[in-house]
Design a protein around this ligand. Structure first.
Ligand SMILES: [Zn+2]
Length: 413
């Protein structure tokens, strides 16, 4: 049962919890939509107009939202409902995507606006400490020109590996050769310990972003595939993230589709990612696999795919078919390198999916490219960093204010 429908029990503490929850829910609508009328908030949250007005007023006093007449205000016909938008005060997060070959960073404001971005290459075999140094340094560069009263409320990190939802530790990242790494602690030490750092699996964040702001907006059942060197799956079923017991669900790259095939970094043979990931694509194109951007541009030039590349397309189709038959999603979104692979071999993928799925002709799962392009995981990392703010804005703003009194992000280097 949603909290806002609970009747106060007369206990002050419970009423306070409900109020804080409602503040977070309301802020979540503003964050998601960027601009929402008070009338819409009343309907969506099932609260009366005066309660909504009071909640908006409280967030306005924090400076995180502002109210204004709707754009293109009409004359007469009664008083239009005021609209609520992100406020003048900059509330932002740092979004980080760790890729095998680079780190990508963005400063993202409330409402999802990207306020700045930076990228730097990662040396092959870089240790977690070296990468954390690099991320902290790049983050501090992104924060140089923020206004004095801006609030940095979190850092979100997406990475290609298995991340525990219990303690945020990276259990295993085969393609970075990292095992059991407390990366959030490493990064937090380097940013002065003041800003919460949260970390998530790249595909889980990709599906979150595409569901919030991309092609899967408003859908209930979504499969997102991140695919560069490794392949991961992010799953939403019935509107909720499917994470498994401790967050390890969705490792579809290690779905075994052949008893032979190449040896995988996980130790098994015939894993899906060895058949459709960057190494397989590079082999089919007759080029080295380490430069993903180069692979993307080669795939974009493909007019008539070679037989080896068509074979990769067929195996992409086999795995997608399995996922459709298991999860019955409305869409399968192909992220990372797969978003360049699919257009090059689309007939082979589509033929396999059509032939192998149990969908009926009038209701087929669509295979789509990400609405956010290469940014799905980065946008998802920003959404992850904002999660605490949407749960309890009073608490998060108070903590960010305290941090502001002490130090802004500074590297320990
Ligand atoms: Zn494997």
């Amino acid at each position: 049962m949603p909290l806002q429908q609970q009747r106060p029990t007369g206990k002050g503490a419970n009423q306070e919890a409900v109020r804080r929850h409602n503040l977070g829910t309301l802020l979540g609508h503003v964050h998601r939509d960027g601009d929402v009328s008070r009338a819409d908030l009343t309907t969506r949250m099932g609260l009366n107009r005066s309660t909504i007005a009071a909640l908006v007023g409280e967030l306005e006093r924090l400076g995180v939202v502002a109210q204004a007449a709707p754009r293109g205000d009409r004359q007469g016909a009664g008083r239009p409902s005021l609209h609520v938008r992100p406020g003048e005060r900059q509330v932002c997060v740092i979004a980080v995507e760790l890729r095998v070959e680079s780190v990508e960073l963005a400063r993202v404001g409330l409402g999802g606006e990207v306020l700045g971005r930076a990228s730097s290459p990662v040396a092959s075999g870089a240790t977690p400490e070296v990468v954390a140094d690099q991320v902290a340094r790049t983050a501090s560069e992104l924060l140089v020109d923020v206004p004095d009263d801006a609030l940095l409320v979190g850092i979100g990190v997406g990475m290609p590996g298995i991340v525990s939802t219990e303690d945020g530790r990276i259990h295993y990242a085969p393609n970075l050769s990292w095992t059991d790494v407390a990366f959030s602690d490493l990064l937090q030490e380097r940013v002065g310990g003041q800003v919460p750092v949260v970390i998530g699996n790249d595909a889980n964040l990709g599906v979150l972003a595409e569901h919030a702001r991309g092609v899967a907006r408003g859908m209930s059942d979504v499969v997102y595939l991140s695919g560069d060197v490794g392949v991961g799956g992010g799953l939403i079923t019935r509107g909720r993230s499917l994470l498994g017991t401790v967050g390890y669900a969705g490792e579809v790259g290690h779905m075994r589709i052949s008893s032979e095939g190449r040896r995988c970094r996980c130790g098994n043979r015939g894993c899906w990612e060895t058949e459709i990931g960057a190494v397989a694509v590079a082999d089919a194109l007759g080029t080295p696999s380490h430069d993903i951007a180069h692979l993307v541009s080669l795939l974009e030039e493909v007019r008539t795919p070679s037989l080896p590349l068509r074979e990769v397309g067929y195996k992409l189709g086999v795995g997608i078919t399995n996922l459709i038959n298991i999860f019955d999603p409305q869409v399968v979104i192909l992220g990372g390198l797969l978003s360049a692979l699919y257009p090059a071999v689309r007939p082979d993928v589509d033929a396999e999916v059509r032939q192998g799925t149990l969908d009926s002709a009038d209701r087929r799962t669509e295979v789509l490219l990400p609405g956010l392009g290469r940014d799905s995981v980065l946008v998802g990392a920003g959404e992850l960093a904002f999660t605490a703010m949407m749960a309890d804005p009073l608490l998060v703003v108070a903590e960010a204010e305290r941090a502001l009194q002490r130090v802004r992000v500074a590297t320990t280097a």
